[in-house]
Design a protein around this ligand. Sequence first.
Ligand SMILES: Cc1cc2nc3c(=O)[nH]c(=O)nc-3n(C[C@H](O)[C@H](O)[C@H](O)COP(=O)(O)OP(=O)(O)OC[C@H]3O[C@@H](n4cnc5c(N)ncnc54)[C@H](O)[C@@H]3O)c2cc1C
Length: 486
Amino acid sequence: MTGSSGPLTNAPGFPALVSPPEADSVIVIGGGLAGLACAAALGERGCRVVLLESRQRLGGRASSFYDTESGEWLDNCQHVSLGCCTNFARFCEQMGIAQFIARESRLTFIGPRGTRHQFASSALPAPLHLAVSFAGLSYLSWSDRVSLARGLKQLARTPSHKLQGVAFDQWLADAGQTPGAIENFWHVVLVSALSETVDRLDAAHARKVFVDAFLSHRAGWEVWLPTVPLDRLYGAELQESLRARGVQLRLNASVQRVQAEPGGVAVQLRDGEQLSAQRVVLAVPAYRVPKLVPQFEPWWRESEGPGRLETAPISSVHLWYDQPLTSDRHVTLVGKTSQWLFNRDQIQPGARTPDGTWYGQVVISASHDVASRPAAETVAKVVAELAEAFPNSPARLVRSRLVTEHRAVLAVWPGHDAYRPGPVTRVPGLFLAGDWIDTGWPSTMEGAVRSGWLAAEAVLRERGTPAQLIAPNLPTARLSKWLLGL
Ligand SMILES: Cc1cc2nc3c(=O)[nH]c(=O)nc-3n(C[C@H](O)[C@H](O)[C@H](O)COP(=O)(O)OP(=O)(O)OC[C@H]3O[C@@H](n4cnc5c(N)ncnc54)[C@H](O)[C@@H]3O)c2cc1C
């Protein structure tokens, strides 16, 4: 890998190869989960990897920010993984950070009229392990519950390829789902899992959520939560694991341009430094790719190109109360603007605010409405909903902060999969990673890790040292195969 400020030999503004790249050199651009997974896998297999991240910290969209008012590092949004996310789990194991993840095998739902419901597996095998919990959701009428059971079975038995491109609200209508089941079940689960409302969802992705998380394996639905802030999760241990794999990590290294040439790929940083490598993996959000690689622009703009992909917003409402609002670790609120409440005191042992206030976070996925309204309006609504959910709590709000990530995740609208590219591009030497490439998964930490490993697999194939990096899914239970044809 070479750094130099030698003369440009290419079109103005484009970087050029300053010297022939070293054998097996790879530059990974982007220190989010996709780039981290890719860099670690390639480093472990003997590639000379340089990981360039424009920010001061790793983790990308799964990271923390400094809140000047409270003097605390806060997670941009509570991140949740599920038991079915086998690649994220493997990544955490490999990088020595699995110790910072807690598995939650009990959830609390608060129904639209304030009734509380515990959600946990019974002793029955999958796919019946959650049947008792589902049956106990009394805010669903019996006709809702019957329609739901039928709908789940029909969805699971429909092959995924027949659902691709189908709008999920249309599928729900065709499957005779009741308004109560749609509003208080399908929407509740899917908006959290896919960050989209049912009218904007591809039915194949909806099916995947229910099959992978609820119907295939007992542990698929279990919620995994970091017990430390995201900055810590993707902090010292992770960096040490990268170094141990020979990855050269460069923070504050913002890439301006990437140009592939016959002998390798030239990378120019914003500060003018130039690097070169045999191969480059771009692990940045989709909208940044054509700006970094002008060679991709025509492809991006094609009618079938990735330029058609869209994003969806997620909001988090950070709340400080004068005393604990609840001792629940987390609750799911049904039929409200507030979707999840996370109680940091409980989830992150030892985490305390400097002024002794209680801190909790409400997550609102698919927050299209929130993004277009005044922050005060949303905060007032959330606070009122929490007061209703915890009517006996004397806690009073001290401070709040609303954060909306407008381009939080890839929007999973019907048919969007056709525009997601694979890791191999038309330009030799250039590869793609990121939660938006064609992984079969939605934009999640799991999807990002998968994308990084798909890109690493492609690099290793081209290098002549193929490897299988993607972890298998949880095994499908025998009864699920028999009853649902999974
Ligand atoms: C608010 C919110 C809530 C979410 N909740 C969940 C959740 O509960 N569970 C879940 O699984 N997922 C969740 N996600 C999604 C998850 O965070 C992402 O899918 C995942 O982190 C994406 O990883 P990535 O590596 O593909 O991209 P990113 O994390 O975006 O990483 C890209 C990296 O590239 C860097 N970069 C960009 N341009 C350059 C450049 N020119 N030079 C160098 N570096 C550059 C960026 O700084 C960034 O670090 C959430 C996302 C958001 C925003």
